[in-house]
Design a protein around this ligand. Structure first.
Ligand SMILES: NC(=O)C1=CN([C@@H]2O[C@H](COP(=O)(O)OP(=O)(O)OC[C@H]3O[C@@H](n4cnc5c(N)ncnc54)[C@H](OP(=O)(O)O)[C@@H]3O)[C@@H](O)[C@H]2O)C=CC1
Ligand SMILES: O=C(O)CCC(=O)C(=O)O
Length: 425
């Protein structure tokens, strides 16, 4: 086995390296549980293709900045690579590799015919004008053009990107192809071939997973949500719509707490007006980190990786964590949480609603056809509920956590595909 957790000293471990270590740790557990041989385990621990590109951005003041971009295809054995593109200043190759690996297991777990990929650009999009963002996006897409395509690798939104970014990606790819290729990207605006239900799909999946894990109605259930972006804001909304009391939410600007419950629609309106959660009037401000330790029934981390750690896990009082974000809980924290009886619905299950509806969008694009919102919702619910049921039953049968069970299923399917195809000598 050549790919293992490295012996880097803790001070040198970047957030990206920590995410990759977590992903490799989870894979190692699943490989051992499945009895995979060392060669296959090494193959699954290694990305199939990784591309690092330099992206020049002409700023409004005429200066040229160069930023790094990445696209990693972790696995393409079950189908085209699939996964979002992140614009965030701390994105690096390790982080994108970890996120790509999680995409592989996620797609296999929910049974959609994709491998896993992720992209990223190490940039703070909030510091760029719309024109700068468009130039940056188009240039990044030109650099990764040889990798992507509707039958090869299909990007989608992630942190710091949105429908507009996807529209620019679709246009850049299409201009190069000489005709419109809507299926090259998902999470597009409806006018360009987007799917009904995609914008709220990840959050809808989080709500479905949370309600299945709770096994009861939302009445009397308290919830805290970290991250109030595309996933967090609508997860809070849907959980509130399901009868839960959302008592706290946060974004990078701050956290707000209202023990009797927030009016989530009013917080969303405030964020649309002011640009952030901070300053929302009908709630108390609280330190960002305190939200994770609130005495609530359900905690939904929906921001970035590595936020529930060995340091704060002993103070987590939620009974259930539903991971809207990818990789929010470190393996050390997982052990502590399991020891104290906290149930964690893992990222590759809880946030799979996004890629499920991306798949439905891509199917519609490839067939030049469209489904109603109701049809999309039924298919999403069906795939989420069956994946949840499979994970829960394996977890109970083998006495392993939901995360371990989800990885055993996802990794097992990819390993089986490799073995059947004979790619593994
Ligand atoms: N979009 C999708 O379809 C999917 C996303 N995911 C995962 O969900 C997570 C969120 O993605 P998405 O909603 O798309 O991204 P967005 O960029 O839309 O939102 C990210 C949110 O996190 C907030 N945030 C950043 N730092 C902190 C912090 N320290 N404390 C609290 N909040 C913080 C941001 O605040 P601010 O706006 O102030 O910077 C923002 O509200 C990521 O892990 C992503 O990989 C998973 C599956 C699909
Ligand atoms: O919709 C997609 O294709 C991928 C979404 C994503 O990046 C994720 O699930 O982490």
């Amino acid at each position: 086995m050549t790919v293992m957790v490295p012996s880097t000293t803790p001070a040198l471990i970047t957030p990206g390296r920590q995410a990759l270590d977590s992903a490799l740790h989870q894979l190692a557990h699943a490989a051992e549980h499945l009895g995979l041989d060392e060669g296959l385990h090494t193959m699954l621990a290694t990305p199939r293709r990784s591309l690092t590109v330099s992206v020049p951005v002409r700023r409004e003041n005429g200066r040229m900045d160069i930023v790094q971009g990445f696209r990693v295809q972790h696995n393409i054995t079950r189908g085209p690579a699939k996964g979002g593109i992140r614009f965030h200043p701390s994105t690096d190759l390790d982080e994108v590799t970890a996120l790509a690996m999680w995409m592989t297991w996620k797609c296999a777990l929910v049974g959609i015919p994709y491998g896993g990929a992720k992209g990223g650009v190490a940039v703070d999009p909030s510091g760029l004008s719309t024109r700068e963002l468009e130039r940056l996006t188009r240039r990044y897409v030109n650099e990764i053009l040889p990798l992507i395509g509707p039958e090869k690798d299909i990007p989608a939104p992630d942190v710091g990107t949105d429908e507009q970014t996807m529209a620019w990606i679709m246009d850049t790819y299409s201009v190069n192809a000489g005709y419109s290729v809507p299926g090259v990207v998902t999470g597009k605006p409806m006018t360009l071939g987007g799917s009904l239900g995609r914008a709220g799909a990840t959050s809808r999946g989080v709500q479905i997973a949370a309600m299945m894990a709770l096994g009861r109605s939302g009445e009397g259930v308290t919830v805290a949500v970290q991250g109030f972006g595309k996933v967090g804001a609508l997860a809070a909304q849907y959980l509130s719509d399901a009868g839960c009391t959302v008592v706290a939410v946060s974004d990078a600007t701050g956290a707000v707490h209202a023990p009797n419950g927030l009016d989530v629609a009013a917080v969303r309106a405030w964020v649309a007006e002011s640009g952030g959660v901070a300053g929302y009037r009908d709630a108390d401000a609280m330190p960002l980190g305190d939200l994770l330790e609130l005495d609530v029934d359900v905690l939904v981390p929906a921001a970035l990786e590595g936020v529930v750690t060995a340091e704060n896990a002993p103070r987590v009082r939620a009974r259930l964590i539903v991971e809207g974000a990818n990789g929010p809980t470190t393996p050390e924290a997982d052990e502590i949480l399991a020891g104290s009886g906290v149930v964690v619905v893992p990222d590759i299950l809880a946030n799979a609603g996004g890629v499920i509806v991306s798949y439905l969008e891509w199917v519609q694009n490839m067939q030049a056809y469209s489904w109603s919102a109701g049809e999309v919702e039924v298919k999403l619910r069906d795939l989420m509920e069956s994946a949840f049921a499979e994970v829960r039953s394996l977890s109970a049968e083998r006495g392993i956590t939901l995360r371990q069970a989800a990885h055993v299923i996802g990794v097992g399917r990819v390993a089986e595909a490799h073995t059947l195809r004979g790619l593994y000598p």
